[in-house]
Structures are given as C-alpha cells and as structure tokens.
Design a protein around this ligand. Structure first.
Ligand code: SF4
Length: 351
C-alpha cells in the first residue's frame, strides 16, 4: 500500500524467521492476492541452513509456494537452490544475504547455477559495488535501510552460545544488543554506575545515496523490516518510494535535501549510519552503550474506518494522546498533513 514493489515474508517452514509470527501457506496466499492488487510481488524466505532433519517436505513446500503465485524464494542452502531449479517451477530463486556474497566471482558462480538474483551482503561498499555492477549480468539486490548484524550477516554464533537459540535457523535472540560487563586483563572496567556495554550497531540508512545506486544499475533495493510496527514500515517504505520516484523523474534536477531523512526519523528507533557504504564502519557506527534514541514522533493511532456521513473515524489507539497535541495524518492516498487535536468524541465499542 505504501509503494513497495515486492514484500519478503517468512513462511512457517524453512525460514530464518521462525521466531516471528510467520505466515502459513494460507496467509502467504492471501498476501499474494493482496499484493497483486497493487501490482506487487511476494518473495518467501526459505533461507535456513538445512540440517538433516529439515529435508522432509521441502519439495512439496516449494511446489505449493509456486502454485499459490509466490514470485520468488530467497535461499541460502545450495541444495534448495538446486532442487528449486531442477523442479522447473515458475519461482525465481534469489540468493539470500545470509551467504554474505561480496564479490563478482561469487555472483557469477550463482549465476551459473541458474540463480535469478543475488542479494548482496550488507558488507559491500560502494566502491566494491561499482566494480561488481561492471562485471556481472544477473539481478542485484542491495540493502539500503534497516538493522545491521554486528557480526557478518548470518555468521554469528553469539545467540547460539548465550541463549541456545540458533541464529542460522531463525532463533536469533539479538544477544549482540544485550548489556555486558566489560573486562580488561580480568578487571571490570565498566563499573556499576557506568553505562552498560553493548555491541549493537546503528541502523543503516542510505537515504542520501539512492541516486548513486540507481545510476550504478542496482536492480532492487532491500529494506529490512522484520518485526517492526506498521507505522515504521509504512514510513520507511513510502519515504524511499517517493525518493526513488522523484530521482527517476528528473535525475538531472533532483535536489537531495533533508526532507527524506527527516521523514525516516519520525519512525526510526535507533540512530542511523551509512553501514559499509563508504568503508568498514568505525566506532561512530556502533552503539556501545545505552540506546536513548527515540522516533521524533509517536505513532498514536491507526484509522481503520471513516464514516462520511457522521464524520466519525474508527481508530485503534497505539499510544497516549491528548487534546492540544499536534497530530500528523499519514495516508496512503493523500499528502501528509497535520492538525491540532482540538477535541474528540469518543465512543467505545460495546462488548
Ligand atoms: S546476535 Fe546480533 S549479530 Fe548475531 S545474528 Fe543476532 S542480530 Fe546478528
């Protein structure tokens, strides 16, 4: 609804997101129908690293995804790559970012295996991307926004070690973002009253570089939005949609300004950085201690219905608000506008 060309979702099986409330096949089918109304596609992540006991039911699952109209599967295990192609389905097969593909020869390898798209690792710098785009001839997807792993994507055992939840099988407990005591030569160096230590990273936002990436010929931009609120997703997706459309409409006269970043900050719940775009991140891209970033706005309500005759809106309240607050209304079909909340009539629903 807010401008994405495709949405990637995790199914209940074979997905890395087993902890999220994932989509059943029926949910995915409903998603495909919904996306089609907006000319959009559904991609399904099948990107676990298969253990022996994960093999059963795989072929049947891929067949079902194909039948219900899913456009692509996103995979990490070579066996899934192979059988998805051997089965001659309509499904495109995309190489997951979990494989940390960072160079043109690896991409050519996947291309020779018949893969339709490679989602690059978040660790590809702009300079490397330039060389890659020059050398390869397969669809390339590049991350432009979202959370970063502090370890190379998909190569982290921290969660497995500390909480016995397997990050490579969908169970990451985000252990990098916990707070830790820090020792040097056996001596605790963040004392009780100091800030706790964390290994968390700022979120990536390439809002100022979209034009350069379009010029390189990147085929698809990826926004990470796992387990984020509807407000976050709608804000981030619509901001990049507007930015991409504005750039493509008139690249020569496109004016990059702070408007787009300010829009993102309305929903951002972590500080933003450029990830690996310029080079390897420095200490400035990390969040070593207490996170105190907040979105510049609160998501207070979702309008679920509006009666033209009575002028009454049915809302779902998401946060505290009061008379006198300035409310910004963010709708898919209209420009954003704001108004002061002068009064409201509240009718509670009868049980
Ligand atoms: S613990 Fe952190 S670095 Fe490791 S997989 Fe999870 S989010 Fe990524």
């Amino acid at each position: 609804m807010y401008g994405a060309d495709a949405v990637f979702v995790g199914g209940k099986e074979f997905s890395l997101r087993s902890q999220a409330s994932n989509f059943s096949l029926e949910d995915i089918q409903e998603g495909v129908r919904f996306a089609k109304q907006y000319g959009a596609h559904i991609h399904v992540t099948c990107n676990i690293i298969l253990h022996q006991d994960n093999l059963e039911g795989l072929k049947e699952y891929l067949k079902q995804l194909d039948e219900i109209g899913v456009t692509a599967i996103i995979v990490a295990d070579p066996y899934i790559m192979k059988i998805a192609k051997d089965m001659h389905l309509n499904l495109e097969v995309h190489v997951s970012t979990q494989l940390s593909t960072l160079n043109s020869r690896a991409i050519s390898f996947y291309q020779n295996m018949g893969m339709d798209r490679v989602v690059l690792g978040r660790e590809v710098t702009y300079e490397d991307l330039k060389m890659i785009m020059d050398k390869v001839d397969v669809d390339i997807e590049y991350f432009i926004h979202g959370a970063m792993c502090i370890h190379y994507s998909g190569r982290c055992m921290l969660s497995n070690y500390l909480s016995r939840r397997d990050a490579n099988r969908g169970g990451c407990s985000q252990s990098c973002r916990w707070y830790y005591d820090l020792y040097q030569d056996g001596i605790l160096i963040n004392q009780e009253n100091d800030m706790p230590f964390s290994m968390s990273s700022k979120d990536m936002a390439l809002v100022h570089h979209i034009g350069e990436l379009i010029e390189l010929g990147v085929d698809s931009f990826k926004i990470e939005g796992r387990m984020k609120s509807v407000h976050y997703i709608a804000t981030v997706v619509s901001t990049y949609r507007k930015l991409i459309d504005a750039y493509c409409e008139d690249p020569d006269y496109f004016m990059q300004n702070d408007y787009y970043e300010n829009e993102l900050l309305k929903a951002a719940n972590r500080a933003l950085c450029h990830g690996f775009f310029y080079d390897h991140p420095t200490e400035n891209e990390q969040l070593f201690n207490l996170r105190d970033e907040h979105p510049t706005q609160e998501f207070v309500m979702r309008i679920v219905d509006y009666d033209e005759e009575t002028h009454l809106a049915k809302i779902e309240q998401r946060n505290y608000f009061k008379i006198g607050d300035q409310i910004e209304v963010f709708l898919r079909i209209m420009k954003i506008f704001s108004l002061p909340l002068k009064n409201f009539i509240m009718k509670t629903r009868k049980r």
